[in-house]
Design a protein around this ligand. Structure first.
Ligand SMILES: C[S@@+](CC[C@H](N)C(=O)[O-])C[C@H]1O[C@@H](n2cnc3c(N)ncnc32)[C@H](O)[C@@H]1O
Length: 386
């Protein structure tokens, strides 16, 4: 496909998303009905769609409308590319711009246009929560997120992992957020085919998650429960950080942990699985990586940004509070609770923890809000002494 034809495909897919289809499904359905598109085409089209979704409101303003054509033309304009060079109508390129469309592309844009790319109902809350960093974070959230790896210290070290990745043509550099973090450059898309990945020397994990795990040092023989383990990313990171700790993984949905045994085998990690509703008790440390808005990860899942509602956020806050109360019961006397979210919102983070500490009269040992200004996702971690 030509570069312009890929934009035409993105317009088609954006129209489907704008009419209510979930982004991933719209991309899959498009690929199924356009079998001629190769993997490079599909990757480029996906990038265009996600680039627009990250900046959907500002692209709509710049392009003069909310349909796929206006969104793509608006994004090109925001990037300093003349949309007329893509909308040529030649081959499979989008049809030429009409006069009305051209006129819509000329009006002036506000200086603080990045602030538009938050849901309207959430903007003031985020502005208040993020304070002086609001503008810079608004801008950062409109760019693609880097790809990060966690070096599996149980099998290798950072320098050897970098050398192993280089053999497969993948460029990796240490990232300051965590001692285990590598940021990928050229070749990042091939990571799952790389020997270093297949051999468990590295895992895909955001640098901010790695920093949060590094803040929870474990001792040999300590009993740890990863209460909301999901796919097990945090369990594996804990096991790599302290192979002598006894890690148990639990999730209310056993299906979410389906791949964990295979991932643990590849990583050479020992993680025992608990049945849903039977997490066990008497743990030295209970980790709650809670279900949340995901607002810190919206660079990777921009569709979710526009789908979150105020009602859903309230439900999540109530669920986090219930989960924390339940998790408290699994901690041994004198043990610790570590709470994490990939959210930027105080209501899910600092306020959630302050309420919990007040309800149960426990001490907040530390808390940290990581933002995309550090390079990784937005992430929150708090340590509580019970
Ligand atoms: C943010 S995800 C966890 C991600 C995971 N820790 C990782 O690193 O890949 C939150 C998880 O909490 C689980 N969950 C939701 N409600 C729960 C509950 N009441 N008790 C335990 N787990 C729950 C969800 O099934 C989901 O897998």
């Amino acid at each position: 496909m030509t570069p312009a034809a890929r934009y035409a495909a993105a317009i088609d897919i954006l129209d489907r998303i704008q009419s209510g289809e979930v982004a991933e499904r719209a991309l899959t359905n498009w690929a199924r009905s356009h079998r001629f598109a190769g993997s490079k085409d599909r990757a480029a089209i996906r990038d265009h769609v996600f680039d627009v979704l990250r900046c959907k409101a500002s692209a709509a303003l710049a392009g003069g409308g909310a349909a796929g054509r206006a969104l793509v033309a608006g994004l090109l304009r925001l990037r300093g590319v003349d949309p007329a060079t893509i909308f040529t109508g030649e081959g499979f390129a989008p049809d030429p711009l009409s006069e009305v469309e051209r006129a819509a592309l000329t009006h002036a844009l506000p200086d603080d246009i990045a602030q538009l790319d938050w849901p309207d109902w959430l903007r003031d809350q985020l502005a208040s929560d993020l304070g002086a960093d609001f503008d810079a974070i608004s801008e950062a959230m409109r760019a693609r997120a880097p790809v990060f790896l966690r070096v599996n210290l149980a099998k290798t070290d950072r320098e050897r992992a970098i050398a192993a990745l280089a053999k497969d043509g993948i460029e990796a550099t240490p990232h300051p957020l965590a001692a285990t973090a590598l940021e990928l450059g050229a070749g990042a898309r091939r990571i799952q085919q790389a020997a270093a990945y297949k051999d468990g020397l590295v895992e895909l994990q955001d640098a901010a998650s790695q920093a949060a795990i590094a803040s929870a040092p474990l001792g040999p023989g300590e009993r740890v429960l990863d209460y909301c383990a999901g796919g097990g990313g945090k369990s594996l990171a804990l096991a790599a950080a302290c192979p002598e700790a006894l890690i148990a993984a639990h999730d209310i949905d056993a299906g979410r942990m389906r791949d964990l045994p295979a991932r643990a085998k590849r990583a050479g990690a020992k993680v025992s699985l608990r049945a849903p509703g039977d997490p066990g008790t008497g743990y030295d440390l209970v980790l709650v990586d809670a279900p949340c808005s995901g607002s810190g990860t919206w660079r990777r899942t921009p569709d979710a940004k526009w789908r979150l509602s105020a009602a859903r956020l309230s439900e999540l806050v109530a669920l986090q509070s219930e989960i924390l109360d339940a998790a408290r019961g699994f901690v041994a006397p004198g043990g610790r609770l570590v709470y994490m979210t990939c959210s930027l919102l105080t209501v899910e983070n600092g306020a959630q923890i302050a309420n919990f500490a007040m309800r149960h009269g426990c001490e907040v040992l530390s808390q940290r809000q990581i933002t995309p200004l550090s390079g990784g996702d937005g992430f929150f971690v708090a340590h509580l002494q019970l």
